[in-house]
Design a protein around this ligand. Structure first.
Ligand code: 0O2
Length: 212
């Protein structure tokens, strides 16, 4: 495929990422208005870079004709949560949706990756309406806490910088940092009720201030 072919190939993925971002941002504001708490803190999304698609296809031995089914994260959505408990609640909401079909889930929270990576991945099939008709596109939705995201973002940029041959010292520090992030999540969960109560109080107070 040349540059123009790739551009056309990626169009439905770009549309999918844009639509899913809007849908999950809307879900956040709807839950906030309805229930005053949303398991969604913020949402991001990206279409995988062509070089990254080619690298992954090579690594997984996926022939070019099977890229649409063989690479599941060309369209990627990332949803950040405050607490680990929010992830289970959010996964339930995603499973119940009728505008996408769950294909399968990968629990890298219970089973962390050797790197120390933790997140909950849901692969969904999303029917996107294009000018050429409906197309079913695979998308990967990653659910993470803020602490998991902090760790993954740093680790990803270090890997990019060192081109996946991180010095042993850095690998070991990252592994320690992953455990610290895990402990932070556990600690935050244990004081979750108190935090939620104070957030509620803060919101009530600012509503009063706004009314004055
Ligand atoms: P990009 O294009 O840079 O955004 P694999 O990809 O084979 O290692 P697996 O199980 O296929 O692992 O993972 P999956 O579900 O396809 O998810 C790949 C994406 O998960 C990665 O995208 C990251 O966003 C995230 N991820 C997986 N493992 C790690 C890890 O060890 N560290 C970090 N920081 N992120 C990870 P890419 O490849 O980075 O895509």
């Amino acid at each position: 495929m040349d540059g123009r072919d790739w551009k056309k190939f990626l169009l439905p993925y770009e549309q999918t990422v844009e639509e899913l971002k809007v849908k999950f941002k809307t879900l956040r504001s709807e839950l906030k208005s309805r229930e005053e708490y949303s398991p969604i803190e913020f949402v991001t999304g990206r279409v995988k870079r062509v070089s990254s698609i080619l690298e992954k296809a090579k690594r997984l031995n996926v022939p070019m004709e099977q890229i649409e089914t063989g690479i599941e994260d060309i369209a990627g959505i990332r949803i950040m949560c405050q607490f680990v408990e929010d992830i289970g609640q959010l996964a339930e909401l995603i499973r119940a949706r009728q505008d996408m079909t769950l294909v399968y889930e990968k629990d890298y929270i219970t089973n962390k990756k050797p790197s120390g990576y933790r997140s909950y991945h849901m692969i969904v099939e999303y029917p996107v309406q294009t000018s050429l008709g409906m197309k079913r596109v695979l998308a990967e939705i990653q659910l993470r806490t803020l602490a998991m995201n902090f760790w993954a973002t740093i680790e990803h940029s270090l890997n990019y910088k060192y081109r996946e041959s991180l010095p042993e010292e850095v690998v070991s520090r990252l592994s320690k940092a992953a455990e610290a992030a895990y402990k932070l999540d556990q600690e935050m969960s244990s004081i979750r009720d108190e935090i939620m109560e104070s957030q509620q109080l803060f919101e009530d107070n600012s509503n009063i201030v706004n009314r004055v």
